[in-house]
Ligand binder design. Structure first.
Ligand SMILES: Nc1ncnc2c1ncn2[C@@H]1O[C@H](COP(=O)(O)OP(=O)(O)O)[C@@H](O)[C@H]1O
Ligand SMILES: [Mg+2]
Length: 259
């Protein structure tokens, strides 16, 4: 984006903010110059503008889902492909609890202090994890680009609605076996442990499972990678067992994955 354009956008946003802040100051403590609406702060809006001017997306279609620490927007690329924009929230997030997933990972040894930097780093980390998986052919959303706190990746689903997760689907033994084999290949080929593996973070699509939410994934050299892997196995075992699928002993699964 040219400096001239940036300045224009800045001043446009500033104007919007000041008119909004006058109105809203009393009822919700809206801070001047800080938040554009409940979801996106000003730097995030600037980042989205940058993605548009860089031709990563041509427009943003609206929010798909909102969590405590991230929101997912549906964007559309110039070739009409749907893009998932995962936006990590800087202002509201409790990122302290994420520190352990970053600090022990040798890929991210130089961590700058401050929440904003940690949030940006987290987005970068998820992008890198996705790339590491995608490169070895694991079924994950194809990563496109990360800028600041916005991660752009291939949208899994149709017309802005995400595919169903395992939780929302009928599951069978094949889904269970695919879920185990994902963990195995993640470990052996991508050299990663997911760290937040569960029925909430796995889509079931017509072409098999697609695993997402890889922000927590750590390198095998992370001091807690063994503990995280055991937890991942136990989550998935518990879920399929509850759904009536006959499951293997988690410790046997652990041996198979790591040997
Ligand atoms: N690549 C994607 N394509 C479509 N929907 C997605 C994609 N990634 C995430 N989502 C949707 O956004 C929701 C939250 O994403 P997730 O990465 O799990 O974030 P959180 O860290 O908040 O759990 C998911 O449950 C899913 O519905
Ligand atoms: Mg999730």
């Amino acid at each position: 984006m040219s400096d001239e354009l940036s300045r224009k956008l800045e001043s446009k946003i500033d104007k919007k903010l000041s008119s909004k802040s006058k109105k809203k100051q009393l009822d919700d403590g809206f801070k001047k110059g800080k938040v554009v609406n409940e979801v996106l702060d000003k730097p995030t809006v600037m980042t989205l503008y940058k993605m548009i001017s860089d031709h990563v997306i041509s427009y943003v279609n609206g929010a798909v889902s909102a969590g405590k620490e991230s929101v997912l927007f549906w964007g559309v690329a110039e070739n009409q492909k749907n893009v998932a924009l995962k936006i990590y929230l800087v202002s509201t997030s409790n990122f302290k609890k994420r520190e352990p997933y970053i600090l022990g990972d040798p890929r991210f040894s130089k961590v700058k202090k401050g929440t904003k930097n940690l949030v940006y780093l987290w987005a970068k980390k998820e992008f890198r994890n996705l790339s590491q998986c995608f490169e070895v052919g694991l079924p994950v959303p194809e990563p496109i680009l990360v800028t600041n706190n916005v991660l752009a990746m291939n949208f899994i689903g149709t017309d802005g609605s995400p595919s169903k997760t395992l939780l929302e689907s009928q599951v069978d033994e094949s889904d269970y076996l695919q879920s185990l084999s994902f963990l195995h290949e993640l470990y052996q080929k991508a050299k990663l442990v997911h760290g937040d593996y569960s029925e909430y973070n796995i889509f079931k699509t017509d072409n098999g499972i697609v695993v997402f939410d890889l922000g927590s994934a750590v390198d095998l050299r992370h001091p807690n990678s063994e503990e995280f892997l055991k937890r991942d196995i136990s989550n998935i075992t518990r879920f399929f067992n509850k759904r009536g699928i006959s499951v293997k002993d988690p410790s046997v699964v652990y041996e198979e994955i790591t040997k």
